[in-house]
Design a protein around this ligand. Structure first.
Ligand code: SF4
Length: 605
């Protein structure tokens, strides 16, 4: 007998009570499952007034219906909590195999309540769920944590998501890392884990993942695989991962350079896929049941290590004027081990460097190791200063000296140091990722309205390049990236709703970008769950999820004034691919609210 309902493990870290529950059918119908249901569980239980570090904040790990089944790209797990960076609903996700293990252990959601008195980790092995002492792990980096736990539990194959020093020290953009280098990076959910004294979640699942109609699941999986085979984007990413973006998109001004102040720079050439290829042997790797395998490894100091993803190369490289690939490879290892989001980190460091250059910080640059340079306004060489920046990264994770302020993220750093508005590079408090909102109106509107702040993974900008089109919902034509027509609003909403539905179904978002059809995903979901979504009702469920989060975030205190991107993005960059353009958000937003059925203040009716 297949149990259709998603199962929840609820763990109270304070009382050590562990309960098993099931998700109600109406909740699943309305919010699909996985991250969609987690958002509903979270918003039902956590008051919008709750501080992210309050023990009443919940931290929820979840997987959707695709996870662990034959449907490709279904290895993703999602994390939900109030974000310490944005003070609204925070979400992040990561690939690897941990999600699959959780599903095979029999669960779709693990809810952590309360705060443990001392550091603990949770070990889930099918029906056995134990809280274990993690005192000996506190202070350790991700890599050592994983190896100690595997040794302690005598199982080298365990899947582990943990926090490093950044999470323990409540750095507001600490990440949660699994299998050494898969990051649930955004929104600072690693710091929420740290605030609960929860060092790691360790999972082993050995059960078969049951589905309602196995043949229909296999048919849907086959259709998806066929479409992926002929997808140009899938083929590019199969060969060269996300980092190829560094090579291909600089001409469109999409890459943040020198704290989002320039639109082209010769240094980007040294940080892309071709630079990695020229450096030596590469190999690609894949998450659970992924037919593409966009991740890769390269040799570093005699070991195979993960190559830095595009966002890391852009934010810690181009955005800081670092063009040394060896440094980026090293920093990728360092930041994963510290458990810190490279997007928010690169953005906050960019803010620091620019402020230091303009003498706006009361700080001793000698002590930090910046070299004297009389030709610069500050008297120091600031940009591209590898050693001082590495020092700042470590100081941030450990909250030492100026690192204490950097650990707060851009908005709070600006406030502490009284920096002018032009330093504002966030959206609802979340640092803008490595896709320039001045380079695409689709990106800008998506960042301005995304439920978690400036978030990039739904990527409507792909529509300008003939990718991420969705035939069944009328997204069939390329859209000019600087279009100011209603088509921008219409397509951003359609991409947001369908991507929400897809995320709740449990897939890696790249899979959704790769193919232009929605039907096989919906057929796969129905075959797994026994439900009868149509494309329209599935996308509508995505709309339900989007509106649910919007209502919660409004109760947290955001308003239509927050539906924007940082002031910096309204200052044009004349040279390069942004072509002096700034996004006309004032023009788009009234239409956006209207098309979403919200009132003129952006409140869902
Ligand atoms: S496309 Fe990349 S990130 Fe997504 S599942 Fe495959 S390997 Fe993982």
């Amino acid at each position: 007998m297949v149990n259709k309902m998603e199962k929840i493990v609820r763990i109270n870290l304070k009382t050590k009570e562990i309960q098993i529950e099931t998700v109600s059918e109406p909740l699943e119908e309305k919010y699909i499952g996985g991250a969609g249901v987690s958002a509903a569980l979270f918003t039902n239980e956590v008051s919008p007034k709750t501080d992210a570090f309050d023990e009443n904040n919940l931290l929820i790990f979840s997987v959707g219906p695709f996870c662990g089944t034959a449907i490709p790209f279904g290895g993703r797990h999602f994390v939900t909590a109030k974000s310490p960076l944005t003070n609204i609903l925070g979400e992040s996700s990561a690939g690897g195999f941990l999600g699959r293990e959780l599903r095979a252990a029999g669960y779709n959601h693990v809810i952590f309540e309360g705060k443990s008195q001392k550091p603990v980790y949770i070990f889930i092995k099918n029906d056995n769920i134990e809280l274990k002492d993690a005192s000996q792990l506190w202070g350790k980096g991700i890599h050592e944590t994983e190896s100690i736990i595997k040794k302690e539990l005598n199982d080298d194959k365990l899947k582990i998501a943990s926090i490093g020093p950044a999470g323990e020290n409540l750095v507001r953009y600490a990440s949660i890392i699994n299998e050494g280098d898969h990051a649930a990076g955004r929104c600072g959910l690693g710091a929420v884990m740290g605030s609960k004294n929860l060092k790691a979640i360790v999972v082993k699942g050995t059960n078969k993942v049951e589905v309602i109609n196995r043949d229909a699941v296999l048919n849907a999986a086959k259709s998806i695989q066929q479409l992926v085979k002929t997808s140009p984007l899938a083929n590019i990413m199969k060969d060269s991962g996300t980092v190829i973006h560094m090579d291909n998109y600089v001409r469109f001004g999409d890459i943040p350079i020198k704290n989002y102040s320039e639109s082209r720079w010769k240094g980007t050439k040294s940080l892309g896929y071709y630079a990695m290829q020229a450096r030596g042997e590469l190999k690609t790797t894949a998450c659970f049941n992924c037919p593409v395998g966009c991740r890769g490894e390269l040799q570093y100091e005699g070991n195979w290590v993960a190559w830095p993803e595009y966002e890391t190369c852009a934010m810690l490289g181009a955005n800081l004027y670092i063009d040394d690939l060896e440094t980026l490879i090293k920093w990728n290892i360092v930041t994963n081990n510290l458990g810190i989001d490279t997007i928010s980190l690169g953005s906050t460091l960019g803010c620091f460097l620019e402020a230091a250059e303009k003498n706006l910080l009361d700080i001793d640059l000698d002590t930090l190791g910046f070299e004297k340079d009389s030709e610069n306004e500050s008297g120091y060489k600031i940009w591209g200063s590898t050693e001082p920046i590495e020092k700042l990264i470590k100081m941030t994770a450990n909250k030492e000296g100026i690192g204490k302020d950097l650990a707060e993220g851009v908005d709070r750093f600006r406030e502490i140091h009284n920096l002018p508005e032009r330093f504002d590079v966030t959206g609802k408090g979340l640092e803008v990722p490595a896709h320039e909102p001045r380079s695409s109106n689709l990106t800008a509107l998506d960042y301005a309205t995304s439920s978690r702040g400036a978030y990039h993974c739904y990527e409507p900008m792909h529509l300008s390049f003939g990718m991420n089109l969705k035939e069944e919902i009328g997204l069939t034509e390329k859209i000019d990236r600087f279009s100011e027509e209603d088509e921008v609003v219409d397509s951003v909403i359609k991409i947001q709703n369908s991507s929400e539905a897809y995320a709740a179904s449990g897939g890696c978002i790249f899979g959704f970008w790769f193919i232009n059809k929605i039907t096989p995903w919906v057929e796969g979901l129905n075959a797994i769950t026994g439900r009868d979504y149509t494309v329209d009702s599935w996308v509508n469920a995505g709309n339900n999820i989007f509106n649910l989060k919007r209502k919660y975030n409004l109760e947290c205190g955001i308003s239509s004034d927050d539906d924007t991107v940082g002031k910096r993005f309204f200052i044009p960059i004349e040279k390069g691919g942004t072509k002096g353009y700034t996004p006309p958000l004032d023009k788009f937003l009234p239409k956006y609210y209207q098309m979403r059925g919200w009132n003129e203040k952006g409140i869902p009716k």
